[in-house]
Design a protein around this ligand. Structure first.
Ligand SMILES: C[S@@+](CC[C@H](N)C(=O)[O-])C[C@H]1O[C@@H](n2cnc3c(N)ncnc32)[C@H](O)[C@@H]1O
Length: 503
């Protein structure tokens, strides 16, 4: 003990050391039962080595005017919240409020701390491991320190409530019901105007936020964001995986499973389906159609990115430009599948159509309507009786979209409007899971819908409002689902905005 200084000695406090590591003092000896002084090493905690002994009061004040006490994030040790809150003028003795002893006011807890050194002293981690708010002051984006938002648990539970049609019309009656007419927007019919406007204003607020900032905020607020693609080529695959886990889409009875992947590029859905069926020893074959893009290659098929354990040639892609707006594409897709499956049709159809809506998120629903109609027509040409259909929708606020949902409700045994866990909570995307097609290949209905798709314009509906109004089950279901989605989306957007404002 004789060779150790006491901190009270002037000589110790002003001693210059080359390493920046102060010599052990008698206090260190007393307080460090394990004899490891490195955890008190302020040089390690601060990053760049200090030139002078930290107890040199003049140097310290000169070099670090205000970061000694509560400005430096690495000393905001969550173990000692009251230390963080202490203001400089509340210090009992500035000399001893040193970073070497962040815990000196609570010696008992110090030795009970079971955490790893890097957790106790976050600044020992390398620069890239630190959170932005823990970086050194010169690297911080914002000089002033605002309270850090803490992510709230978002309600992302998947709805599994199915709606079954009790007043089912025949195909002939459905065809007779179809009448295209004008449809003025009435947000209160299928949702709540106030809630929708709130979502729109939040969307507008974050619309101009640079992508990088937005994705950083998203990764903090959405628990699934950083999970990313999992073992697949893209995030889309994980959405289908979540839907399959919830709704048993691939639980086919026989060993051979067939599917159609509509608007499927670059192929995440197909990759998932092929992998899933092959993973339990089944055999799967898919048929895919997607728009051939000359400008966005990432939207074209990229089956070379599939997992290597997926058998090659288990996906047949339709030749040509793949544009579903063209009747000829739908006809060729139908012929391909009917020929390959020997008129049996496929077990499952998935449709995930979309394009770049950036800056037009509010218009997403209306812009996607024609594509949705074409996807439904394509599905009707190739899905087998009692097969399932999964289709991505955006909002269901406009009557044309609600008419499409009503059509599916009439054609399938039951439908569920849902959102998989891995779909971003702040977006308008939702999926309709339709189980048990009642009648395979309803030719006359396909023809009726095809001719409608060629002439349909924005702002129209094709099922009279009274038909929907009369079906209270349907309206209640859609309205309740919409309200729930819009409330969850509001919460998620508010949280996202919080992380954008305060990164
Ligand atoms: C979100 S991506 C689909 C992602 C895909 N499910 C996956 O798992 O990789 C939307 C796709 O819709 C396609 N698409 C958009 N408009 C289309 C059209 N008119 N005809 C066919 N495909 C279209 C796009 O080219 C794009 O590949």
């Amino acid at each position: 003990m004789d060779d150790l200084y006491s901190e009270n000695e002037q000589e110790y406090r002003t001693a210059r050391v080359k390493s920046g590591i102060p010599p052990p003092s008698s206090r260190d000896q007393r307080r460090q039962p394990r004899g490891d002084l490195s955890r008190f090493n302020p040089a390690m905690q601060r990053g760049p080595p200090q030139r002078h002994a930290p107890y040199d009061q003049r140097q310290r004040d000169h070099q670090r005017p205000d970061d000694r006490y509560n400005q430096r994030p690495e000393h905001r040790d969550q173990r000692y919240p009251e230390q963080q809150q202490r203001q400089p003028d509340q210090r009992q003795d500035s000399r001893y409020a040193d970073q070497r002893y962040p815990d000196q006011r609570q010696p008992d807890q110090r030795y009970n701390d079971q955490r790893q050194p890097e957790q106790r002293y976050p600044d020992q981690r390398s620069e890239h491991q630190r959170q932005p708010e823990q970086r050194r002051p010169e690297q911080q984006r914002q000089p002033e320190q605002r309270p850090r938002p803490v992510p709230k648990p978002l309600d992302v539970r998947t709805s599994t409530d199915f709606l079954k049609c009790e007043k089912r019309l025949s195909i002939k009656e459905i065809i007779e019901t179809i009448q295209v007419s004008d449809s003025p927007t009435d947000l209160d019919f299928l949702s709540s105007k106030g809630l929708v406007e709130r979502v729109n204003s939040l969307r507008e607020k974050i619309r101009h936020v640079p992508n990088e900032q937005r994705s950083e905020a998203r990764s903090k607020s959405n628990p699934f964001e950083m999970i990313g693609n999992g073992i697949f080529m893209n995030r889309a695959a994980t959405k289908l995986a979540a839907l399959d886990a919830t709704f048993g889409l691939t639980a086919a009875t026989d060993k051979e499973f067939t599917f159609a992947d509509i608007c499927g590029g670059p192929g995440g859905f197909s990759e998932y389906l092929l992998w899933r069926v092959h993973s339990w020893g089944g055999y799967a074959h898919g048929y895919g159609v997607t728009l051939k893009s000359t400008t966005h290659d990432e939207m074209n098929w990229h089956t070379e990115k599939f997992r290597p354990d997926i058998p090659r040639h288990s996906l047949t892609q339709l030749e040509g430009d793949g544009d579903l707006y063209k009747k000829e594409t739908i006809d060729r897709f139908e012929s391909l599948i009917q020929k390959e499956t020997k008129q049996r049709g496929v077990d499952l159809v998935v449709a995930d159509g979309g394009f770049d809506f950036s800056g037009n998120e509010e218009q997403q629903e209306v812009l996607a309507q024609k594509l949705l109609l074409c996807e439904i027509i394509s599905m009707l040409t190739c899905l087998k009786q009692s097969g399932h259909f999964v289709c991505k929708f955006f909002d269901i606020l406009d009557e044309f979209t609600a008419d499409l949902v009503w059509l599916l409700y009439q054609l399938f045994d039951e439908i569920c409007i849902t959102k998989p866990l891995s779909s971003r909570p702040a977006n308008s995307e939702r999926y309709i899971v339709c189980k048990g097609l009642k009648e395979a290949h309803p030719t006359e209905l396909i023809q009726k819908l095809s001719s409608m798709s060629e002439t349909i314009e924005e702002g129209k509906r094709f099922i009279p409002k009274e038909v929907l109004e009369k079906d209270e089950d349907f309206i209640d279901y859609v309205k309740m689902r919409n309200m729930k989605f819009v409330m969850k989306q509001t919460e998620a957007l508010e949280q996202l905005d919080q992380f954008i404002q305060n990164p």
